[in-house]
Design a protein around this ligand. Structure first.
Ligand SMILES: O=C(C[C@H]1NCCC[C@H]1O)Cn1cnc2c(c1=O)CCCC2
Ligand SMILES: [Mg+2]
Length: 509
């Protein structure tokens, strides 16, 4: 059968690769490894996210732009100290046709180096600030690690916002506004809870000043996942690219502008799939589902008269009409030659949140039978109330999906003050919140000392992967109580420094 051949709870990464292809979200681009084709149902999710986010950043005054996808090694030179860490991921074009290019060009992995020489040209006066541009595009990073659809691809779609401000405070205000929008994409559209916080020195964007982040959690593996980042760049890039304005308070003085850059990518779709989908396939939150309801005729047999068939078909059309009038994205599956059972399994695989079954018996009772994709709960709704009850039921499905994921994240996020409990917690699919000193060297040691042979995840090939240690995920804005500055020690027993804050750590993607 074309069902999922492995169980989510047994072979998670194989399950994931089957779900995303069999539910028709993606197709593997087998010509070149690490690239994926996004099909209509994932483009629907992405376009819903894009419309939601675009309308809100427009309200903030962000304008749209489109820069070339190539950058020259000259402009790369300007930010070389932070790019050198990334150089292995750069894809280069060295020939056009059979002629070598004089100067090879790199495919953008991100667009700071492409855009900022022009920010230096365009931003002259403080009246040009705040200067805010966003572009929706795709970028290429030639990942060396194992790639997987949505979560780690060599080309992915995202938006990248790049803004400039007169002061650090104005920049900081925007960084956090954007982070809250990212959290909204996850929590309001994808029914995925995220923890908001700051990255540690070790995990922040090397070229930046500080990084704020939304951190997700995958219950099946107990691993954290970085969801989206909004970076305060400080004056690092304006000094690299000489982006200045005259100081409004001191004639003749120049101020390096304070910048932010923020990005959210199609990775968010992978997070949604990993959290909500099950052994029957995709489970879509109604707010991002191309079809929210599929109506399937049932109870028709060879003995059903033509009159009953036609009557039923008419009633189904009216049902669909009434749902569409109430803003419900509805599909009727009238395909001949397929049994209802086949259709149920097909639409369950595709993740449609709500199935309506309608047959002669239902018509006789003036009801429609529904089946929720997230819980499997079945019930009936009086025909006359479908137009009003189904939108309410869809909202309940959205909320229930969020609540379930939030309960799982909360119950697997353990605040610990005993180091001996850390590795067992990780091996029991938890992330931990611990007192931490913030020192990169301490964090590197923690990555090593929290590896455990007891816990080996199966890779996409079904073989056990090398155990991984935990890394810092974020310094949650929402800090637990009980840490006494100057007294509470970093939880790493090898460390001995004072703890600066509670930090969320976990094995991660
Ligand atoms: O891309 C960013 C920072 C920033 N870029 C714009 C959107 C927000 C944020 O992601 C960090 N970064 C990550 N990864 C890479 C690079 C890089 O700058 C450059 C080289 C290739 C790999
Ligand atoms: Mg990377």
């Amino acid at each position: 059968s074309n069902g999922i051949s492995v169980k989510k709870e047994e072979s998670f990464s194989q399950w994931y690769q089957e779900v995303v292809t069999k539910c028709e979200l993606v197709e593997y681009y087998t010509e070149i490894s690490g690239f994926y084709i996004l099909r209509p149902s994932s483009m629907y999710v992405w376009n819903t996210i894009r419309a939601w986010f675009q309308s809100r950043i427009e309200q903030m005054g962000v304008e749209e732009t489109s820069f070339p996808m190539f950058l020259s090694s000259k402009s790369l030179e300007k930010e070389k100290e932070h790019v050198e860490g990334f150089a292995p991921e750069l894809a280069w074009v060295t020939k056009a046709g059979d002629k070598d290019l004089e100067v090879p060009v790199a495919v953008r992995p991100t667009s700071e180096a492409v855009m900022y020489p022009y920010y230096a040209k365009w931003i002259r006066s403080h009246r040009d600030l705040p200067f805010r541009l966003n572009q929706w595009n795709s970028v290429v990073r030639w990942e060396a690690k194992q790639t997987t659809p949505f979560l780690r691809a060599r080309e992915f779609m995202w938006q990248e916002g790049h803004t400039a401000h007169l002061t650090e405070q104005l920049a900081e205000k925007e960084v956090l506004e954007i982070l809250e929008l990212y959290a909204g994409v996850y929590e309001q559209l994808l029914a995925v809870p995220v923890v908001r916080g700051r990255k540690t020195e070790n995990e922040k964007f090397a070229g930046g000043y500080w990084t704020s982040t939304c951190e997700g959690f995958i219950p099946s593996t107990g691993r954290g996942i970085q969801g989206a980042t909004s970076h305060a760049l400080g004056q690092n890039f304006s000094k690299m690219f000489d982006i200045t304005v005259e100081d409004p308070n001191q004639k003749g003085e120049k101020i390096f502008v304070w910048q932010n850059s923020w990005g959210l990518s199609t990775r968010v779709i992978g997070v949604m799939v990993m959290i909500h989908s099950d052994n029957k396939g995709l489970v879509l939150p109604p707010r991002v589902s191309k079809f929210q309801v599929v109506i399937i005729p049932v109870g028709l047999t060879a003995k059903t008269t033509t009159e009953v068939r036609e009557n039923l078909a008419k009633q189904i059309q009216d049902l669909a009409g009434s749902l569409k009038e109430n803003g419900v994205r509805t599909e009727v599956d009238n395909r001949e030659g397929y049994t209802p059972g086949f259709k149920f399994a097909d639409w369950e695989m595709k993740g449609v949140p709500l199935r309506l079954e309608f047959g002669p018996k239902d018509a006789a009772n003036s009801v429609v039978t529904y089946s929720r994709r997230d819980t499997g709960l079945k019930g009936t709704i009086p025909l006359a109330e479908v137009g009003s009850q189904v939108p309410v039921l869809l909202e309940k499905i959205q909320q229930d999906m969020y609540d379930k994921a939030n309960e799982e994240f909360t119950s697997h996020r353990l605040t610990l003050t005993d180091w001996a409990e850390v590795v067992p917690a990780l091996n029991n699919r938890n992330v931990v919140v611990i007192p931490f000193c913030g020192e990169p060297s301490c964090e590197e040691r923690i990555k090593e000392t929290t590896k455990s042979d007891e816990h080996r995840e199966l890779g996409p090939d079904g073989k056990p992967q090398p155990s991984m240690g935990m890394k810092s995920l974020c310094i949650p804005f929402d800090q637990p109580s009980g840490l006494v500055q100057g007294e509470t020690k970093c939880l790493n027993p090898e460390c001995g420094s004072l703890a600066k804050s509670w930090v969320m750590f976990g094995r991660s993607y």
